[in-house]
Design a protein. Structure first.
Length: 201
Protein backbone atom coordinates (compact mmCIF):
# COMPACT_ATOMS: atom_id res chain seq x y z
CA UNK A 1 0.00 0.00 0.00
CA UNK A 2 2.65 2.55 1.01
CA UNK A 3 4.29 2.71 -2.43
CA UNK A 4 1.17 4.44 -3.76
CA UNK A 5 0.56 6.74 -0.78
CA UNK A 6 2.23 10.09 -1.42
CA UNK A 7 1.94 11.28 2.18
CA UNK A 8 4.14 8.46 3.48
CA UNK A 9 7.17 9.75 1.57
CA UNK A 10 10.34 9.26 3.61
CA UNK A 11 8.71 7.32 6.43
CA UNK A 12 9.74 3.83 5.37
CA UNK A 13 13.40 4.78 4.97
CA UNK A 14 13.45 6.52 8.35
CA UNK A 15 11.30 3.99 10.20
CA UNK A 16 13.97 2.91 12.71
CA UNK A 17 14.70 6.47 13.86
CA UNK A 18 11.03 7.41 13.77
CA UNK A 19 10.05 4.44 15.93
CA UNK A 20 12.50 5.61 18.57
CA UNK A 21 11.19 9.19 18.30
CA UNK A 22 7.51 8.22 18.48
CA UNK A 23 8.00 5.99 21.51
CA UNK A 24 10.07 8.62 23.36
CA UNK A 25 6.90 10.52 24.31
CA UNK A 26 3.85 9.01 25.98
CA UNK A 27 0.23 8.83 24.94
CA UNK A 28 -0.62 11.00 27.96
CA UNK A 29 1.89 13.68 26.94
CA UNK A 30 0.47 13.85 23.42
CA UNK A 31 -3.23 13.60 24.26
CA UNK A 32 -3.39 14.88 27.84
CA UNK A 33 -5.38 18.03 27.11
CA UNK A 34 -7.95 16.03 25.15
CA UNK A 35 -8.41 12.88 27.23
CA UNK A 36 -11.52 14.19 29.00
CA UNK A 37 -13.19 14.46 25.59
CA UNK A 38 -12.51 10.83 24.63
CA UNK A 39 -15.24 8.24 25.23
CA UNK A 40 -14.91 6.01 28.28
CA UNK A 41 -13.95 2.38 27.69
CA UNK A 42 -15.00 -0.01 26.42
CA UNK A 43 -15.37 1.58 23.00
CA UNK A 44 -14.36 1.01 19.40
CA UNK A 45 -11.31 3.11 18.53
CA UNK A 46 -9.65 3.77 15.17
CA UNK A 47 -6.11 5.21 15.06
CA UNK A 48 -5.49 6.48 11.52
CA UNK A 49 -1.80 6.77 10.73
CA UNK A 50 -0.95 4.85 13.87
CA UNK A 51 2.81 4.85 13.31
CA UNK A 52 4.31 2.44 15.85
CA UNK A 53 1.01 2.01 17.69
CA UNK A 54 1.96 4.00 20.80
CA UNK A 55 -1.47 5.61 21.12
CA UNK A 56 -3.36 2.56 19.88
CA UNK A 57 -1.70 0.35 22.49
CA UNK A 58 -2.38 2.83 25.29
CA UNK A 59 -6.07 2.96 24.38
CA UNK A 60 -6.26 -0.83 24.19
CA UNK A 61 -4.75 -1.06 27.68
CA UNK A 62 -7.52 1.26 28.89
CA UNK A 63 -10.07 -1.31 27.70
CA UNK A 64 -10.95 -0.16 24.18
CA UNK A 65 -11.09 -2.35 21.08
CA UNK A 66 -8.55 -0.69 18.79
CA UNK A 67 -7.89 -0.81 15.05
CA UNK A 68 -4.52 0.65 14.07
CA UNK A 69 -4.23 1.78 10.45
CA UNK A 70 -0.73 2.45 9.10
CA UNK A 71 0.20 2.49 5.40
CA UNK A 72 3.96 2.25 5.98
CA UNK A 73 4.91 -1.42 6.30
CA UNK A 74 8.13 -0.71 8.19
CA UNK A 75 6.26 1.22 10.90
CA UNK A 76 3.62 -1.51 11.16
CA UNK A 77 6.39 -4.05 11.76
CA UNK A 78 7.88 -1.90 14.51
CA UNK A 79 4.44 -1.53 16.05
CA UNK A 80 3.75 -5.26 16.01
CA UNK A 81 7.11 -5.85 17.72
CA UNK A 82 6.94 -3.02 20.28
CA UNK A 83 3.34 -3.69 21.29
CA UNK A 84 3.17 -7.43 20.75
CA UNK A 85 1.51 -7.93 24.14
CA UNK A 86 -1.39 -5.62 23.26
CA UNK A 87 -4.49 -6.76 21.37
CA UNK A 88 -4.47 -4.51 18.29
CA UNK A 89 -5.91 -5.06 14.83
CA UNK A 90 -3.36 -3.71 12.32
CA UNK A 91 -4.56 -2.68 8.84
CA UNK A 92 -2.73 -1.47 5.75
CA UNK A 93 -4.96 1.36 4.51
CA UNK A 94 -4.63 5.05 3.77
CA UNK A 95 -6.43 8.34 3.44
CA UNK A 96 -8.12 9.93 1.59
CA UNK A 97 -10.26 6.97 0.50
CA UNK A 98 -9.61 4.35 3.21
CA UNK A 99 -10.86 1.59 0.87
CA UNK A 100 -10.06 -1.30 3.25
CA UNK A 101 -11.94 0.26 6.17
CA UNK A 102 -14.80 1.36 3.96
CA UNK A 103 -15.25 -2.25 2.84
CA UNK A 104 -15.39 -3.56 6.42
CA UNK A 105 -18.47 -1.52 7.34
CA UNK A 106 -17.33 -0.78 10.91
CA UNK A 107 -18.13 2.37 12.86
CA UNK A 108 -16.02 3.81 15.65
CA UNK A 109 -16.67 5.72 18.87
CA UNK A 110 -13.29 7.49 18.65
CA UNK A 111 -11.13 8.22 15.61
CA UNK A 112 -7.63 9.61 16.13
CA UNK A 113 -5.85 11.58 13.40
CA UNK A 114 -2.54 12.39 15.08
CA UNK A 115 0.12 14.06 12.92
CA UNK A 116 -1.54 12.88 9.69
CA UNK A 117 -3.72 15.63 8.24
CA UNK A 118 -0.86 17.88 7.02
CA UNK A 119 0.35 15.10 4.69
CA UNK A 120 -2.78 15.49 2.53
CA UNK A 121 -3.19 18.13 -0.15
CA UNK A 122 -6.32 20.29 -0.47
CA UNK A 123 -8.32 17.84 -2.59
CA UNK A 124 -7.23 14.88 -0.45
CA UNK A 125 -8.29 16.67 2.73
CA UNK A 126 -11.77 17.35 1.35
CA UNK A 127 -12.22 13.70 0.36
CA UNK A 128 -10.51 12.47 3.53
CA UNK A 129 -12.86 14.33 5.86
CA UNK A 130 -15.86 12.69 4.21
CA UNK A 131 -14.19 9.28 4.54
CA UNK A 132 -13.42 9.80 8.23
CA UNK A 133 -16.87 11.19 9.07
CA UNK A 134 -18.47 8.11 7.48
CA UNK A 135 -16.54 5.89 9.93
CA UNK A 136 -17.85 7.60 13.07
CA UNK A 137 -20.58 5.94 15.08
CA UNK A 138 -23.52 8.16 16.12
CA UNK A 139 -22.19 10.53 18.78
CA UNK A 140 -18.62 9.47 17.95
CA UNK A 141 -15.55 11.65 18.48
CA UNK A 142 -12.87 12.71 15.98
CA UNK A 143 -9.64 14.02 17.53
CA UNK A 144 -7.05 15.67 15.28
CA UNK A 145 -3.60 17.09 15.95
CA UNK A 146 -2.21 19.01 13.00
CA UNK A 147 1.39 20.14 12.59
CA UNK A 148 2.45 23.57 11.38
CA UNK A 149 5.97 24.84 10.83
CA UNK A 150 9.03 23.99 8.74
CA UNK A 151 8.76 20.87 6.57
CA UNK A 152 11.52 18.29 7.22
CA UNK A 153 13.63 17.30 4.20
CA UNK A 154 12.16 14.43 2.20
CA UNK A 155 8.64 14.83 3.57
CA UNK A 156 5.38 15.73 1.84
CA UNK A 157 3.58 18.24 4.08
CA UNK A 158 1.25 21.17 3.59
CA UNK A 159 0.31 24.20 5.63
CA UNK A 160 -3.28 23.49 6.64
CA UNK A 161 -5.45 26.49 7.56
CA UNK A 162 -7.43 25.70 10.69
CA UNK A 163 -10.45 27.47 9.21
CA UNK A 164 -10.42 25.01 6.31
CA UNK A 165 -10.47 22.01 8.67
CA UNK A 166 -13.35 23.52 10.63
CA UNK A 167 -15.28 24.13 7.41
CA UNK A 168 -14.68 20.60 6.09
CA UNK A 169 -15.76 19.05 9.38
CA UNK A 170 -18.88 21.21 9.46
CA UNK A 171 -19.75 20.25 5.89
CA UNK A 172 -19.42 16.59 6.90
CA UNK A 173 -21.94 17.14 9.71
CA UNK A 174 -19.45 17.25 12.60
CA UNK A 175 -19.63 19.69 15.50
CA UNK A 176 -16.58 21.37 17.03
CA UNK A 177 -16.10 20.31 20.67
CA UNK A 178 -12.59 21.62 21.37
CA UNK A 179 -10.05 23.91 19.73
CA UNK A 180 -6.58 24.36 21.19
CA UNK A 181 -2.88 24.00 20.52
CA UNK A 182 0.47 23.16 22.03
CA UNK A 183 4.19 23.42 21.45
CA UNK A 184 6.16 20.59 19.88
CA UNK A 185 7.02 17.87 22.41
CA UNK A 186 10.34 17.23 20.67
CA UNK A 187 11.35 20.90 20.86
CA UNK A 188 11.70 21.38 17.10
CA UNK A 189 12.09 25.09 16.27
CA UNK A 190 9.01 26.70 14.74
CA UNK A 191 6.84 23.60 15.03
CA UNK A 192 3.43 23.88 16.68
CA UNK A 193 0.39 21.63 16.86
CA UNK A 194 -3.27 22.57 16.67
CA UNK A 195 -5.70 20.28 18.49
CA UNK A 196 -9.24 19.93 17.17
CA UNK A 197 -11.96 17.62 18.48
CA UNK A 198 -15.29 17.10 16.72
CA UNK A 199 -18.38 15.05 17.52
CA UNK A 200 -20.75 13.28 15.16
CA UNK A 201 -24.51 13.82 15.46
Amino acid sequence: MNDSVAGTQGYGEDADALAEQYESVTFEEVHGALLHLYPAPPGRVLDLGAGTGRDAAALARLGHTVTAVEPTAQLRRHGARLHAETALTWLDDALPGLPVLAGRGERFDLVLLTAVWMHLDTAERARGMRSVAALLAPGGTLAMTVRSGPVPPGRRMFDVPEAETLALAGAAGLRLAHRGGRADLHGRPGVRWSELVFTAP
